[in-house]
Design a protein around this ligand. Sequence first.
Ligand code: NAP
Length: 285
Amino acid sequence: MAQILDGVALSRRIRAELASQITKEGLSPGLAVVLVGENPASQVYVRNKARAAEETGILSQTHLLPADTTQTALLDLIARLNEDPKIHGILVQMPLPPALDPQAVIAAMDPAKDVDGFHPVNVGRLSLGLPCFVPCTPQGCMLLLREVLPDPAGKRALVIGRSNIVGKPVAQLLLQADCTVTMAHSRTPDLAGECRRADILVAAIGRPHFVQGDWIKDGAIVIDVGITRVADSADAEKTRLVGDVDYEAATPRAAAITPVPGGVGPMTIACLMRNTFLSAQARGL
Ligand code: NAP
């Protein structure tokens, strides 16, 4: 039976350590979170990030902008935050309304404040193995993995999903950890066969229970990044969050598995706090 990789407990530990480090070093890290429009899921994420920042001793500013904000107005705000000495991390909550260009917004950020690790400079530095802001969700996946496998060198890792925010950076980090990495996506034939060869499986697809229990290699470590809200089969009026992996069916085969919710999700926020702390520490502020 798989060990449950508890992201809630690990993220709490990380945030508590950060809070004491911030106090010890006398730092005043500042995080600016920008939300454009009223996407309900984004509103929840932004609230959670602000709360986590407060609990960690990080000053958080939330900038709520209307959905019809122009590209120029958003870029002006980014420019002001780039110059603000109290702000060490800037995060623009995605997705942006369709009229705004997310790549232009990310590129306008000071890479030294890009705590999400999405700026092309940080993406390039990650692929070169140079110091950079490591994107939060992939960083969280690696921290959970290392809880049960401190040295994953030589393991066969499969990453399903090739997005810029999860799949590609997770694959980079697994490669840096000396895994033999395969990336799968919607055009991959025989995904089940790829899964059955994987010692480490990271699923970042966004399709509920897509990865079947009998695709899991015995003793594999399963990191489930997917989060999808589905109707609750027991109560039609309720919904629940599920991952990309059929958790019940995978648990008897895997050596360790992340639950959804309570696995990768809370780690993303803890790693955002960590990146903001590191940014403040780098400037001695
Ligand atoms: P995304 O940009 O939509 O990418 C999904 C990836 O899955 C794509 O590369 C796609 O392949 C692949 N895919 C889709 N259908 C597939 C199939 N049938 N077989 C194999 N691969 C398939 O998604 P994302 O932003 O990476 O997010 C993925 C999931 O993680 C979502 O559920 C999201 O909510 C969740 N997420 C969680 C956190 C967290 O903090 N826990 C953070 C970010 C995302 P193609 O490239 O070929 O289309």
